[in-house]
Design a binder for this molecule. Sequence first.
Ligand code: HEM
Ligand code: HEM
Length: 184
Amino acid sequence: MLRGNKELWAAFVVMLLITGLYGLVIFLTREIPPAGELFGHGIGIVGFIFMLMTETLYSLRKRSRSVKWGRMSAWLQLHIFTGIVGPYMVLLHTSWKFNGIAGVTTLLTMIIVVSGFIGRYIFTRIPRTLDGLEIEGTLSQEALKQARRLLALWHTVHIPIGMALFISAFVHIVAALYYATFLK
Ligand code: HEM
Ligand code: HEM
């Protein structure tokens, strides 16, 4: 069961700290950090690593049959934390320009975060144990069936968006490194 909203608070606090750092860099350099220079580049790389963790870790834990490290609910909390903080860092990386494939990647990133919040809302409607197993709760059977159906439908939308996002991110990264970093 995903109880409370600790992970949302943690993400919020970390985003505030990152915003402070971003503001400090603007104050010191008197410019919006360019995407291809030290700060802008660094924050893009770290944010992208967070996004890769979001895409892989929870799914691996969910599907691992032999090793069961940690509770499913904790992995989902980490998924949500890195799924918010990573995209936020990547947003600061863009230097507020959204041309071409990089712009498309940013749009897909924003869509998956919004979709994640919708999924989180549906997910919390279904009563579960801390290890993610569904339990017959106080909800009426009909409402429970509906929430399960909705979550399954949501998965069929959320997962392909994630895949499209990583394909376009990959193209952007290879192109940006080639044209903006190595050819400089
Ligand atoms: C999902 C993750 C990412 C998104 C959404 C994203 C998005 C963007 C956007 C919108 C820009 C500005 C493009 C413009 O000038 O109009 C940009 C620039 C850039 N990005 Fe990313 N980025 C991501 C990850 C990365 C990563 C991981 C790297 C490097 C390993 C990277 C390297 C660059 C570079 C070098 C530029 C500057 C290009 C230039 O100066 O023309 N990006 N990115
Ligand atoms: C970079 C951003 C994100 C990516 C790439 C991403 C990717 C994914 C993927 C691939 C799954 C399928 C897991 C599986 O069943 O194997 C998933 C599930 C899920 N995600 Fe995300 N996600 C992101 C952000 C978020 C955010 C911000 C939230 C919440 C606010 C969220 C909430 C959820 C929930 C509730 C599930 C369903 C868990 C389940 O049915 O077991 N995600 N996500």
